[in-house]
Each structure stands twice: as C-alpha cells, then as structure tokens.
Design a protein around this ligand. Sequence first.
Ligand code: PGA
Length: 249
Amino acid sequence: MRKNIVAGNWKMNNDLAETQTLVTELKMHINSSNCEVMIAPTFTNLWHAFEALRTSKIEVIAQNMHFADNGAYTGEVSASMLKSVGVKTVILGHSERRAYFNETDEMLAKKVDAALKNNMRVIFCFGEELADRKAKNHENIVGSQIKNGLFHLNSAAFKNIVLAYEPVWAIGTGETASPEQAQDMHAFIRKTLAAKYGDEVANEVSILYGGSVKPGNAKEIFSKPDVDGGLIGGAALKADDFFGIVKAF
Ligand code: PGA
C-alpha cells in the first residue's frame, strides 16, 4: 500500500527563533495522523528541528542537497552532512531550484543518485509552466522531466522515491489545479511509470500534489484516487493551516 504524505516546504522562511516557535506548535498539534507528516526547514535550522521533534511523528527533511559527497563547492551541503543531523529525506527538483538556480534534469539525475547511494528517500518535484498548459503540452513536459530525472534508475530504487507534481502556475499564486486536473496528471504520471517499470512499481509510488494547497481545498484534492498527499508551501508556515491540511486525511 502506498503511503499518504503531507510535507511542508518552508522555503527560505523562518529564522532560528521562528523555527523554535513553529516546531513547538506543530509538535503540540500533530501527535497522531493518518498520513506521514514532514517539514523541510532551512539548512541552518535542521538540527534544531530534528532535536525538537525527536520524539514526535513529524519527520524533518531537507529542501535540497548537492550531488558530491564533499569538496570545493562553496555554499553547498551534501547527503552525508544531512544524514549527520538526522535527515533521511530530501526534496529535489523543486521548480524554484530549476528556475532560479538553473538545476537541469541532468544535474537532478545526479542528485537523485547521490541521495539513493546514501540511503536517503527523495521527493522528486516537477511540473509544467502556464504556457505549457495553455499549449496543451503539459503531459510532454512532465513526462520528460520524469524520464530525464529518474528513468536511469532500476525498479527497486523506487521504494525510496516519492513524486511531487507541482504545476508552476499554481505555486504561491493562490491558483490551484482543480482536483480533476490534479487527478488527470497524477494518472498520467502513474501510467508513464507503469509503461517503464510495470504496474507494481507504479501503484506503490506515492504521488503528491503541490501548489496553493490549503485547509479548505486539501480534502477534495486528496480524495482523488491517484493523489497521495501534498507538498505544501505557504500554508506550511502556520501551524493551524498545516494541521488543517494534515487532518484532511
Ligand atoms: P505553495 O507552494 O503551497 O505556497 O503554492 C508549494 C510548493 O512550492 O511546494
């Protein structure tokens, strides 16, 4: 049975004091849930969050990492460094990384390999821009992002892969894909996986939706058969909102 997951991507928000406050609130609110719950604070606050949530159900994950183990890569953080502060899951390929930091499919494939080599789980993100959707090219774009980033893997590797479909036009815009648009794309993603790896792999991979998910729309989106949870940005920064989304399961 594939897992339901709600993951909060804090992006470049919350300093140490703000992290302490939010983590404390989340810990109080979320002590049982029908899904896996994760938060991704900034690198500087991972250790604090990990320590503070040690006894809770909330997993602390990272927003990004470099593909090399160590070396002359100023400003970067490696898989082994993340593991040394308790992080076992990393988000890779977020559209903001692709757009603002020029992360290519090729670079992301290397990051995926580095994470898996270090026995980490990957939340692999992809999604089309508005122009692609308007041109009805969204399935091609998403299909090629998945193929280029992941299709060099063997089927066993997918035990440690979670997918996150995040249409760029719905991120931080208040514009959400309709539950039907999300379901259609998630079904296409599962079909793409099945064509390469077979139904068993495709049916076991969790596919999250991301893009303006809120307490008010989470339940309907998560009720779709191929939507296994959400990657949450803005609404993950308020304990009540995040809790409201977790409760949608
Ligand atoms: P949002 O961000 O929920 O603020 O739209 C989602 C994301 O970028 O993961």
